[in-house]
Design a protein around this ligand. Structure first.
Ligand code: SF4
Length: 444
């Protein structure tokens, strides 16, 4: 390929907003663009056109998306919008009539059609520039693995099913093939994502496929078993506490899957969970979690909660705090309830005043800080496995098995010569705060 051809490559800038699932959509689009010969521009000025992948979940995320579109128009002028907010094209075009095109979530074909229309592909695609594992926007040593699109639950505060549709699971052999290629390309940690990971395969009645001579069902536990054979860290996100999830705890106890579960509980009070129409809201989660902890003592649970949901009483809120103390959720994010105009919950009686929501949020965060601090302090003196994310000037930063990238804590290692990103090393913990740990390389 001549230098002249490289110089004339059309360049697309990407702004990716929202959750890891949106990041995976961006990666797919980037892979398609690269395979057709487009280059990716790291800045607005160098781009012939900018793609903005939006989030439309909360009103605050919609505002952020609309601002990002405005910035791209000001800085570049030629903008195509995709992603969750793209499902409501009129919201975008009424505020930004100058956008070139709007497409919805995971509409890869439509995005590419819009790009072709406004920035034609070069004649000779640089197909060889795309590795078999696709193009990733995450560092080389970890990757998100998206196992399904959409969601068949109908939580009353959520508009994702109306944006992304019902659950559509990928074939298990296709997911395992992608995971195997990622590991072969140097990935050390696979982060399994979806809207409801525990529901994987329900929509296809757990269809069976052959993978490496073994019949496997498109089912949560079969997927975990298959991924557990690849020799990488496997981290599960967006799992709900259904009874069938118990089986994966044995894989964690055996060291085949990371002892980590990201379960968006959102609340603990049965009446609030019912009003939220949460999946698995009838299950005895407290007993279930205590049982999991007995079987896999290393298990770290990350969760998110909403305070101030319509109808939440002081009693409901106190129930949540007591439940947190008993379950000792390791990592918790807390959101203040916000009405989303098109969500069913915005019509519910018993809207909680903003000052009460604020006060409950502060009480929640104070308790969670105390619990996180206790957990971190208990690790001082222990030796833990750490996956290195970054190395600089003799030191390194990494994560334990209990820490997902971007959302959980980090481990800061002093004097870490001879390590590189992607290495898994043993670290002796010497200090800790609520979120992060400090330590030194253990001499095995
Ligand atoms: S499980 Fe509930 S909150 Fe999550 S995407 Fe589905 S409907 Fe929305």
């Amino acid at each position: 390929m001549s230098e002249e051809n490289i110089i004339s490559q059309p360049k697309v800038g990407i702004v990716s907003l929202g959750c890891p699932k949106a990041l995976v959509d961006s990666e797919r689009i980037v892979t398609r663009l690269r395979s057709e010969g487009y280059a990716i521009s790291p800045d607005y000025q160098g781009a012939d056109l900018v793609l903005v992948n939006t989030c439309g979940f909360l009103d605050s995320a919609r505002d952020e998306s609309l601002e990002a579109i405005g910035e791209a128009i000001n800085e570049n002028g030629r903008v195509i919008v995709t992603g969750c907010l793209g499902a409501e094209a009129e919201v975008i075009t009424s505020r930004h009539p100058g956008v070139l095109a709007v497409t919805g979530p995971h509409q890869y074909e439509q995005v590419m059609e819009a790009v072709h229309e406004h920035l034609p592909a070069p004649d000779h695609p640089f197909v060889s520039l795309v590795p078999p594992s696709g193009v990733r926007l995450t560092p080389r040593h970890y990757a998100y693995l998206k196992i399904s699109e959409g969601c068949s639950n109908r939580c009353s505060f959520c508009i994702i099913p109306s944006l992304r549709g019902d659950l559509v699971s990928r074939r298990i052999d296709a997911v395992l093939r992608e995971a195997e290629q990622l590991v072969a390309s140097g990935v050390k940690e696979l982060l399994v994502i979806s809207q409801d990971t525990s529901a994987y395969g329900q929509d296809v009645r757990y269809a069976r496929y052959n993978w490496k001579g073994v019949e496997r069902e498109t089912r949560f536990i079969d997927l975990c078993e298959g991924l557990g054979e690849l020799g990488a860290w496997v981290r599960l996100h967006y799992v709900y506490p259904y009874p069938h999830v118990d089986a994966v705890i044995d894989l964690m106890a055996d060291g085949r899957i990371l002892p980590y579960l990201d379960i968006p509980f959102q609340h603990a009070s049965p009446s609030v969970l019912k009003a939220m129409r949460r999946p698995a809201n009838q299950e005895k989660t407290l007993d279930r979690i205590l049982n999991w902890r007995a079987r896999a003592p290393e298990l770290a649970i990350r969760s998110s909660f909403i305070v101030g949901f319509p109808g939440e009483t002081e009693e409901d809120f106190q129930f949540l705090l007591d439940w947190l103390k008993e379950t000792k959720i390791d990592r918790a994010g807390c959101f203040k309830y916000e009405n989303v105009a098109t969500a069913k919950s915005s019509q519910l009686d018993g809207q909680v005043p903003d000052e009460v929501i604020d006060e409950r949020w502060h009480r929640f965060m104070a308790l969670q800080a105390e619990l996180s601090d206790q957990r971190s302090q208990s690790l001082i003196g222990a030796t833990v496995d750490v996956l290195i994310d970054d190395v600089d000037e003799g030191g390194a930063t990494g994560r334990t098995k209990a820490d997902a990238p971007e959302i959980d804590g980090a481990v800061f290692i002093s004097h870490a010569d001879n390590v590189q990103a992607g290495d898994i090393v043993k670290v002796r913990v010497t200090d800790a705060d609520q979120c992060d740990l400090w330590g030194e390389l253990a001499s095995n």
